[in-house]
Ligand binder design. Structure first.
Ligand SMILES: Cc1cc2nc3c(=O)[nH]c(=O)nc-3n(C[C@H](O)[C@H](O)[C@H](O)COP(=O)(O)OP(=O)(O)OC[C@H]3O[C@@H](n4cnc5c(N)ncnc54)[C@H](O)[C@@H]3O)c2cc1C
Length: 378
């Protein structure tokens, strides 16, 4: 079982018996005796429409590198010459999800700073949310970046709200796990208040599919209330077990674009600059520096624990009739996120793989497995 599977399985477990008291029998009223033919959606009266998955429909294939650290993300401050350096990087497969929370923790590190001027290195989701939080607290910010948001890993993300694939629980410390809980709580609260078209955030029905029944307890179960469980034959997907819940979907293209606008309106500036040494950072005029460089922290700050977790996505045209998301249904990472800009089919999760080209055999697998998964739907 790879890291991705492990985390997703935990998600499924979290929607299970212990967390919700909604065992398969308990919620079976939705499906009992009806078989998958009579399946009723928990959150919608509309039928489940199958996405049109075909290699002939492919718009694009893309690869992104999740900034993954087995020990978890880094949020802490330290003296840096005559400046203060605040790290906020290494969020693996959950950076969109955790952004507002992690950046709040980072900003709190310098809340008593007398000089409210910050240089933020990086303009992915961590740099942008850090900038907005500082501005709301009365700071002047300048974002120095190698690439604007539309060319970052943050833009590539599928954008499902789920604090998973962020760390390896066998490696990370208890202190980190607490920090993760704090970041998730703040982020969930903030995203929930921002739901709407203007920021590209909406609630979606999420079906999590697996071959094993849900069991155990998940630390993030509170963010997936009202989950319903369906056993074999009680749902229309080509998998044994199915959990239905609601989650937020963040359309990264809209979200990041809107944050850039907000930052500019509040007086923030963007400067193109690639930093290659600490001397260049010492030369900045701002007394406080935020490191939001994601995977760039490997080179710029010598973090040897951070590595890319390669993710490959297949993009299809958007289809508004497909108004739900799926995760799982294969031994390998598999997900379908129906967004307004694209239908995203994923994927892969390969820690340590720096290659940037999409692999044709992965594209073929992603297409084929999704075709199988939805074969029984309309
Ligand atoms: C395929 C895929 C699917 C994903 N799906 C999800 C999902 O569904 N939900 C979720 O929550 N997360 C998801 N993620 C994870 C998420 O995308 C990342 O965790 C998040 O984008 C990291 O944000 P960041 O701002 O730290 O890094 P980035 O977006 O990589 O931004 C880093 C910034 O730093 C700049 N930079 C780097 N080095 C330097 C330097 N030396 N000098 C100047 N600037 C520098 C870059 O130009 C960039 O602007 C996914 C990721 C991938 C790849």
């Amino acid at each position: 079982m790879n890291q991705w599977d492990f985390q997703r399985r935990k998600l499924l477990q979290g929607m299970g018996i212990g967390a919700l008291g909604a065992a398969m029998g308990g919620c079976a009223g939705l499906a009992t005796g009806q078989g998958s033919q009579g399946f009723q959606r928990p959150y919608s009266a509309k039928p489940l429409i199958a996405p049109k998955v075909s290699s002939a429909n492919i718009i694009n294939q893309i690869v992104g590198h999740r900034p993954y650290r087995p020990g978890g993300f880094v949020v802490r401050s330290e003296p840096f010459g005559d400046k203060t350096l605040v790290h906020n990087y290494g969020h693996g497969g959950g950076g969109i999800t955790l952004s507002w929370g992690s950046s709040t923790l980072a900003v709190n590190e310098v809340k008593d700073s007398p000089l409210k001027q910050a240089a933020i290195i990086g303009s992915g989701v961590m740099g942008l949310t850090t900038a907005r939080l500082l501005q709301d607290a009365g700071w002047q910010v300048t974002l120095y970046t190698k690439a604007m948001p539309q060319f970052t890993t943050s833009q590539v993300a599928g954008g499902e709200w789920g604090p998973y694939s962020v760390h390896d629980p066998k490696v990370s410390t208890e202190a980190f796990k607490l920090q993760l809980q704090q970041a998730a709580a703040i982020a969930h609260h903030t995203f929930s208040r921002m739901v709407g078209k203007d920021y590209g955030i909406e609630w979606k029905e999420l079906y999590t599919l697996s071959e094993t029944p849900p069991q155990g307890h998940d630390e993030f179960a509170q963010y997936y209330p009202f989950a319903y469980q369906y056993g074999p034959g009680k749902h229309p997907f080509a998998a044994s077990y199915c959990s239905a819940s609601a989650t937020m979907l963040v359309e990264t293209s809209t979200f990041l674009r809107r944050l850039v606008q907000d930052i500019r309106v509040a007086g923030g500036q963007f400067v193109f600059k690639t930093f290659t040494s600490h001397d260049e950072l010492f030369g900045l005029s701002e007394p406080v520096i935020f490191n939001c460089t994601g995977l760039g922290s490997h080179q710029l700050f010598g973090d040897n624990e951070i590595m890319p977790a390669k993710g490959q996505l297949v993009l299809l045209p958007p289809d508004p009739t497909v108004d739900y998301l799926t995760v799982g249904g294969s031994e390998q990472p598999l997900y379908m996120f129906s967004r307004n800009d694209y239908m995203i089919l994923g994927g892969t999760f390969r820690p340590g793989d720096w290659s940037t080209a999409p692999e044709p055999e992965q594209t073929e697998r992603i297409i084929y497995e999704h075709q199988q998964l939805f074969a029984r739907l309309i």
